[in-house]
Ligand binder design. Sequence first.
Ligand code: FAD
Length: 388
Amino acid sequence: MSHHGTPQADRVLIVGAGIVGASCAYELTRRGYAITVIEGGRPGGGATAACMGHVVVMDDSEAQFALGHYSQRLWDELSDRLPGSVERDLCGTLWVAEDDEEMAAVHAKHAFYTERGVKVEILDAPALRRAEPELRPDLLGALRVPGDSVVYPPTAVDFMLSEAVRHAREHGVDFELVCGTPVERLSSHWVALRDGRRLEGDWVVVSAGRGALDLLPEALPGHAIRPRKGHLVITDRRPGFCRHQLVELGYLKSAHSSGDSSVAFNLQPRATGQMLLGSSRQFGRDTAEVELDIVHKMVDRGRHFLPRLGELQAVRIWAGFRPATDDHLPLVGPVPGHETLLLAAGHEGLGITTSLGTARLIADRVSGVDPEIDPTPYLPSRPGADHG
Ligand SMILES: Cc1cc2nc3c(=O)[nH]c(=O)nc-3n(C[C@H](O)[C@H](O)[C@H](O)COP(=O)(O)OP(=O)(O)OC[C@H]3O[C@@H](n4cnc5c(N)ncnc54)[C@H](O)[C@@H]3O)c2cc1C
């Protein structure tokens, strides 16, 4: 095959330009690979456009923690170079506790994070009131995670892709973004577009979010990526209404439930002064239509924690889909039996956070470098739940 840049540069075809594909393009061009990104819609227009952008290290499992912690470090390293449009805000997270059981969870999380080197602090009720005066006064306390941050994902995608262009120029290799025509079929060395074009590469990375496994029928028996719908509400500007990303500890019950529908309080202060209210989780929905009964539940839950939330005006309400795997871990690495066909998808509600770590694991695989974290838990070759 021919290359336009340095003759020795391998070409990687990346299918899908959400935060994950864009981060892979960023990382692979940094290492001198020639890249073609094929995006069926518009870059960053999938789940990435619909989400909250909370860069948060979760403690659900060791594997989820490892990828989140690693990725957070990479976001921190990038922070000085992110343009203002990415609206990075090192606001930290407050996990708020309503009752003794949740306060016990605060202590357990404190121990977990501290043992693993993440800075955390327990706030008692008065300290919580000082930190966030709008919160209901009878809450028992909170866990503060000061290293968590917020970004605006659509402009983060723009940044990654423009950096990829810059890296490619520096290395004298080719970077191409093909938009508006989806990939219909692919193999380890080529992709076929709906308009009949066929592109060739040395590697193929499938970062097509919830659509990724549709492109690999039968390649991954037992695995599924199911769309998990989530609603968000953004308010008018009320700078200082809250300062941290606020999450109820009951959120964990909601995030882990496999039931069809749940709502948990989650509020994010945006750099614009707006408040972004989440969030709901629903399986079994196939349209992004706003369901007002769900939105009412979210607002009620928000007002339960922030009595004056109702004074803010909602300016936009929307819904998107988290690409969810059965074990809540993304699928990152080679499709079994196809060493040059790599999957990077299924990041559920954490794909903004874990995009940078994912991109490193993918680029390490392509360049034959030992990864900094153990890639095994995320490999697509792990057993799935067997959907028959
Ligand atoms: C309500 C909500 C809140 C969330 N909040 C957070 C949060 O606070 N923090 C966090 O870390 N994560 C959050 N997430 C999760 C996050 O949005 C996703 O995990 C992440 O955006 C997934 O990125 P992606 O690149 O894999 O997928 P996507 O952004 O969906 O990108 C996939 C791309 O592939 C393209 N594509 C698909 N099929 C094809 C094809 N055949 N050919 C070519 N292109 C194709 C699509 O057009 C799309 O642009 C949230 C999600 C939701 C829905």
